[in-house]
Design a protein around this ligand. Structure first.
Ligand code: ACO
Length: 404
């Protein structure tokens, strides 16, 4: 039974609504409706467990690297040492982006959101590598390599371009995450910072059929190219109910200002039915396991580079929410602590979601491949609620003299 449901003009609907021909009940937001089979990611939202291809997320984030995890997600098994070396070398070789893409990005408005810049530049890759040979394993491998390699370069490039600077070229002697931080901050990062970012990328790489991954699979099901698949997913991730929440969390913590105000803020938000950003998840009824690990990463960074006073506000909010939202199964999600980590890494706030996208490309591409393996185009149905049998009338006869 849906929790709540509104019709096309926003009126509350009570009880179950069924499709008149199929008899299938309407589930707003497709909540709980399986629309595919997948062997990529498993979530136990009651126990707070998450595994990629059968490996618990805590093990991967402690021991793996982002590129190894990417390989695992996309090809199903951990790579051999040689496979990993080859994959890393290919990704390293394709990090640069064409001067044409950079020139195109220079025409983007500096005030534009980096997620919009990323969506446009990701889509533009399809112009350069447009051969849709999606049943050729070599094309698939190359497309994976290009997207994993170039997305971070494009995110870092826009950060500098919007300030009127030329983007920094990738450095071949730096590993994936260290190179991204270098291109972004213009400084070679501390090894701890680079490792923490790599672990963040592992944590965000995949999460079953969330909105952006669903978007990726729908786009993939039309057999279009993988650049269009990723561009559509980036657009979906940008929304504040999805990846965009990590930006809003920091703004919210700053609005609360100090730990003593956390309880009042929460009461006011609940009373006015405002969502507390970084809390709640369609799948989890406990604290998101990624939030648990991210909180630990934040603490590692604070111990080394100095604390962030918003961390105390975050902890106070989490504590206050335990009794007010906890009974409804609403706890911190992945976005709650990630902003604090990214800020400590020197990443500007409006790049938090693009960093999420850099990582989630791995999951989107895993789902792209899986979708192609057993494809059927997505075409759900709807329950029509509009008017019937209207007759067209000329425009000058449409309104009565009363203006009704
Ligand atoms: N703060 C306060 N109340 C909440 C919150 C929240 N963050 N999340 C859910 N609720 C309440 C709702 O008000 C609703 O209450 P009601 O039944 O009394 O009306 C109930 O919980 C169910 O909420 P829905 O929005 O229907 O739950 P849904 O599963 O559709 O939403 C979502 C999940 C979108 C993540 C939601 O929890 C939310 O908006 N959270 C804030 C935004 C956020 O942090 N998004 C990031 C999610 S993680 C990610 O996408 C990477």
């Amino acid at each position: 039974m849906p929790r709540s449901c509104r019709d096309a003009v926003g009126q509350e609907q009570v009880g179950e609504i069924r499709h008149d021909r199929s008899g299938i009940s309407f589930r707003p937001g497709l909540e709980g409706v399986p629309v595919t089979q997948s062997a990529i990611c498993d979530i136990d939202g009651l126990q707070g467990r998450l595994a990629y291809r059968g490996y618990p997320i805590a093990e991967l984030s402690a021991h793996s690297s982002f590129l190894e995890t990417t390989y695992l997600l996309i090809w199903g098994d951990l790579p051999s040492p040689q496979q990993l070396r080859d994959f890393e070398a290919e990704v390293q070789m394709h990090r640069r982006v064409s001067f044409r893409v950079r020139d195109m990005m220079k025409c983007f408005p500096a005030s534009g959101h980096p997620m919009d810049a990323l969506q446009s530049s990701a889509a533009s890759l399809g112009l350069f590598y447009s051969r849709r040979a999606i049943d050729d394993p070599k094309y698939v491998y190359n497309a994976v390599v290009r997207l994993i390699a170039k997305i971070p370069t494009m995110v870092a490039a826009f950060k500098l371009i919007r300030k009127g600077q030329d983007p920094i070229q990738p450095r071949d002697d730096l590993a994936y995450s260290a190179n991204f931080l270098y291109m972004l901050t213009e400084r070679e990062p501390d090894p701890l910072a680079a490792r923490v970012l790599d672990r963040c990328l592992i944590l965000h790489a995949e999460h079953s059929l969330n909105a952006s991954t669903f978007s990726a699979r729908v786009t993939a099901s039309t057999l279009t190219d993988p650049y269009a698949v990723v561009a559509s997913a980036v657009g979906t991730l940008a929304g504040p109910l999805h990846g965009g929440a990590n930006e809003d969390v920091l703004a919210m913590l700053e609005e609360i200002g100090s730990p003593e105000h956390a309880g009042d803020y929460l009461d006011e938000a609940i009373a006015s039915k405002r969502k507390v950003m970084g809390f709640g998840h369609r799948e989890y009824r406990v604290k998101d396991p990624r939030a648990v690990i991210l909180q630990g990463l934040a603490e590692e960074l604070f111990a080394r580079f100095g604390t962030d006073e918003m961390y105390d506000v975050a902890k106070a909010l989490e504590q206050a929410a335990a009794t007010r939202l906890g009974p409804k199964g609403i706890y911190p999600n992945v976005d709650f602590y990630s902003g604090l980590v990214y800020r400590k890494l020197g990443i500007p706030r409006d790049l938090f979601t693009p960093v999420f996208a850099i990582s989630r490309v791995a999951g989107w591409l895993a789902h792209w491949r899986e979708q192609l393996g057993a494809n059927r185009i997505f075409r759900p149905s709807q329950i029509y609620t509009g008017p019937q049998n209207r007759t067209w009338i000329p425009s000058d006869e449409r309104f009565s003299s009363t203006g009704a």
